[in-house]
Each structure stands twice: as structure tokens, then as C-alpha cells.
Design a protein around this ligand. Structure first.
Ligand SMILES: *Cc1c(COP(=O)(O)O)cnc(C)c1O
Length: 463
């Protein structure tokens, strides 16, 4: 058997499996895939590492190739990392009401910038402005692509070519490309740092105010805390100084929450309403952090400042589409009934899950997990701590439960297991620490799907 015995592309295309392949993926993709597996078979044959494959095997290989190519890396996965708002895993999960609203807006035309009652052009922000004002107590509001965009747009509007005063203790990096000094520079503002890393006083701000001042910026140090010998000036105090100097104060809250989180057993964070009441001219916060909606950045505050933001041509470049706007509107409406919020908003529901319930789930799932990972590992229940994530309440962890999987022998087998779990049709992402893989079940909602995903794992291959 040699190269001449390898079937041609057209012969493979005539097999039943290939006909099915063409129906599923189209003629040209099927042909390309068959050509690719034939090329591989030819190479293996020439190298003497394989014989001539059976024609049905070639069709099967082509099917596998196309199925792999067709599988999206954006497919749903199980976030068992213990970080509820995981930025790399897409942050908040949307409420059913928000998903339905987004789907409806995708499928049909909607009055995005059209005033249905007047029959003329309307404004995109109109769909959420009143809701945002009602929920935060602000005079006016607008929404853009994300909170980074909100900060960029607001700083550019207030301080392009002018001074923006910020405490040295608040020059944060959120991760990736969001560093406050860089954003301010891109916005055209001259950064005027005041105070020191650990202590900033009112007199520091006062001394920096001048004819070139465009704004005072207060930033919620969302992903770290400065502890010990520290001093910072609260937004309420700063607002008085800003008002006296006739300079706008902006407060970037980062996560920002619309409700008192202690209702859900979490540590209290200042709400957006409180930040507005403290007197900041503008308050910015994210849509997909604690708020539990889609990616978005909200800017709420004084009417004249929001009007100036809306006149900024950059606003157009940072605006959001109808899909997210529909999802935001539906999410914000859930906040009108705070008593049922934990039921309806997945983010809060997950954060508020009682540890005992998670522990029971871990015990229930232990046998299936042990079977799936195979004989090379031990699996034990463990108490663990979940994080909120996305920089919200960075020091607070919440009691949770899960399973810890440890290799009987050391070595790379744990990495191999983690990779095999990531390669599943419905990937499972855990957390590797202390030589074990921890699966924190706080965010496991669909237990049946998890069990079915596990059945795709061949534990014996890892032994
Ligand atoms: C997260 C965060 C941002 C950026 O918000 P995105 O919605 O991720 O763009 C800005 N400022 C603070 C304080 C944050 O915590």
C-alpha cells in the first residue's frame, strides 16, 4: 500500500459521511476539510508512521476537523474559579428580562432614536435617562460603552487642555490598559497629583486649585485598599471646596451599586445615590459589575455637565447599540423592586447564595467528579472563599464550598487535567492553588449540564 492507494478528494466526497458533511457545512468547507485530512494522511504515509486510512475514517476525520473549527471559543463555560464577576469570563450574567429585551431588539426594528408619541426623531438616552435619575437621584444621566469610556469622555469634556486634580492615593490601575494617569492624558487633561500615596488632605486640593483647573477627580480605589497611617478627603468635603472654586467634582465609583449590599449579606459599599447626594457634579460607574447588567458605563449628575458631555463629539464614538440599551433598560427596571432583586438578578443571586447550599451541592457532585477525573486523583470537599471580582470590595471574600482535586503523584498531571477540563464542549474553569485544582461551586447553576459536560472527560487517559 502506497501513496497511489490514497483515495482522491472526489472519491471521499462521495461517501455518505461526506454528503452529510456538505449538508452541514457547505460544499466548499467540506472539500477543504477532506483535502486537509488527505494531506495529513499523505505526510504520515510518506514518513512511514501510518498506513493508508480507510475512506470512512477520512470522512470522520474531516467531520471532526470541521466540528472543531465550528466550535466557538465564546461558547458557555462553567465559571468555578470562585470569582463571581470575572472580567476575563465576561463579568455579570444577565437577568432573563434583560436577555429577552435584548433578543427582541435584535430581531426587529425598535424606536432607538425615535419618539413614538411625537412621531419624530428622539434620543437614544431617553430609554434609560428617567430610570437612572429615579434610581440615583441625579438630575440627568447618559450611558456609553463602558466605564472606562465614561471616565475618558467626562474628563475630556471637563478638562481637555486644563488641569485635573487627583490624589496620589487614587491613581489606580484597573488592569490591562486602564491606568488613570494614561486615561487622563488621552483625554487631554493635565494631571495634577496632590497629597501622597497614603495621605491626602483638603489643603492639598486647595493649594492645587487655580485658573487652569478643569476638574477635581475622585476615584474609588476599587481593587486595593491603603491601610495604616492614611487620610483621604471624602467626596462630600471635596464637593464643598469644588463648589466654592466653581470647579466640577467627578467621582468615579468603578463598580457602583444601586442598592445597599448589606441586604444581601455583603459588606456595605456606598451607593450611587449616596455619591450623588454628596454633591459630586458627575458620578461614573459600570454596567456589568455589581449592577449586574451588560457592559456599559453610566454618567449621572448635574444637568449642565451632562449636557456638555452630550455635546462632545466623542460621545458618538462611545455610544452603545440597541441590544445593550434594551438589556440595560430591563436590568434597571428590576431595581424598582429591590425585594425581588436577588431572585431576578443572577449576580446578586450568586453573591447571596448560602454556603450551606453550595456545600450540599459539592457533596452531591463529588462522586461524579471523582469518576470523571479518574484514578490519578483524589477528590475532597473543601471550604473555600469566593471573591466578588472586577475590583468590587477587593478585601472581602465570601464563604463558599467546593471540591479540591489533587494528583496522587505530583507532576504535570494537574495541568493536564485543567487543560482537559478547558477542552470540554462546555469548558470547566477552576482555580489551581497549593498543588490542587479547586472547583468553587458558588456560580454553578446548571448542575445537569455540568454532569453532562463531565461525561466528556476521559479520566483514564490522564492516569
Ligand atoms: C472597573 C473600573 C473602571 C473601568 O470600568 P469598565 O466598565 O471596566 O470599563 C474604572 N474605574 C474604576 C474605579 C473601576 O473600578
Amino acid at each position: 500500500m502506497g501513496l497511489r492507494d490514497l483515495p482522491s478528494v472526489s472519491v471521499v466526497l462521495n461517501t455518505g459521511a461526506a454528503v452529510e458533511l456538505m449538508q452541514r457545512f457547505g460544499r466548499s468547507a467540506a472539500t477543504d476539510a477532506i483535502r486537509a485530512v488527505l494531506d495529513d494522511a499523505r505526510t504520515a504515509l510518506q514518513a512511514g508512521v501510518a498506513g493508508v486510512p480507510h475512506i470512512d475514517d477520512l470522512a470522520l476525520q474531516a467531520t471532526a476537523l470541521l466540528e472543531t473549527e465550528d466550535r466557538s471559543d465564546l461558547r458557555p463555560l462553567f465559571n468555578l474559579t470562585g470569582t463571581v464577576l470575572h472580567t476575563n469570563l465576561g463579568r455579570a450574567l444577565l437577568a432573563d428580562a434583560a436577555i429577552e429585551a435584548a433578543v427582541a431588539a435584535m430581531r426587529d426594528p425598535v424606536a432607538l432614536e425615535f419618539d413614538l408619541s411625537a412621531g419624530k426623531r428622539g434620543e437614544r438616552d431617553d430609554h434609560v435617562r428617567a430610570l437612572l435619575c429615579a434610581l440615583t437621584g441625579a438630575e440627568d444621566a447618559t450611558v456609553v460603552n463602558n466605564n472606562a469610556a465614561a471616565v475618558l469622555l467626562a474628563v475630556n469634556t471637563l478638562a481637555d487642555g486644563r488641569d485635573a486634580i487627583v490624589s496620589r492615593g487614587e491613581l489606580i490601575e484597573i488592569g490591562g490598559a486602564f491606568r488613570m494617569p494614561d486615561i487622563m492624558q488621552q483625554a487631554g487633561a493635565r494631571l495634577v497629583e496632590v497629597g501622597t500615596t497614603n495621605r491626602t488632605h483638603l489643603k492639598d486640593y486647595r493649594a492645587a486649585l487655580g485658573s487652569q483647573t478643569g476638574m477635581i477627580l475622585k476615584v474609588h480605589t476599587s481593587n486595593y485598599r491603603i491601610q495604616g497611617f492614611t487620610a483621604e478627603v471624602g467626596a462630600a468635603e471635596l464637593a464643598v471646596v469644588a463648589d466654592a472654586a466653581n470647579v466640577p467634582l467627578m467621582n468615579d465609583l468603578g463598580s457602583g451599586t444601586l442598592v445597599d449590599l448589606s441586604r444581601f449579606g455583603l459588606q456595605r459599599e456606598p451607593t450611587v445615590r449616596e455619591a450623588v447626594a454628596e454633591g459630586a457634579g458627575l458620578v461614573t460607574f459600570s454596567g456589568d459589575k455589581l449592577l449586574g447588567g451588560p457592559q456599559a458605563g453610566f454618567i449621572v449628575g448635574k444637568r449642565a455637565l451632562i449636557a456638555a458631555i452630550n455635546r462632545n463629539p466623542m460621545k458618538r464614538a462611545l455610544r452603545i447599540d440597541k441590544i445593550r440599551l434594551a438589556a440595560i433598560e430591563a436590568t434597571l427596571k428590576l431595581y424598582r423592586d429591590p425585594d425581588r432583586l436577588a431572585e431576578r438578578l443572577p449576580t446578586l443571586r450568586l453573591l447571596a447564595r448560602p454556603p450551606a447550599e453550595i456545600e450540599a451541592q459539592a457533596r452531591r457532585l463529588l462522586p461524579a467528579v471523582a469518576r470523571a477525573v479518574g484514578p490519578a486523583f483524589t477528590v475532597q470537599p473543601c471550604a473555600c472563599r469566593s471573591q466578588i471580582g472586577s475590583g468590587a470590595l477587593p478585601l472581602e471574600t465570601i464563604a463558599s464550598a467546593g471540591l479540591v482535586i489533587r494528583p496522587l503523584a505530583g507532576g504535570r498531571v494537574l495541568d493536564a487535567l485543567a487543560a482537559a477540563l478547558r477542552a470540554l464542549d462546555w469548558p470547566v474553569i477552576g482555580r489551581i492553588e497549593d498543588g490542587g485544582l479547586t472547583l468553587d461551586f458558588r456560580c454553578l447553576v446548571n448542575e445537569a449540564a455540568f454532569l453532562s459536560a463531565l461525561s466528556g472527560l476521559d479520566g483514564h487517559a490522564l492516569a
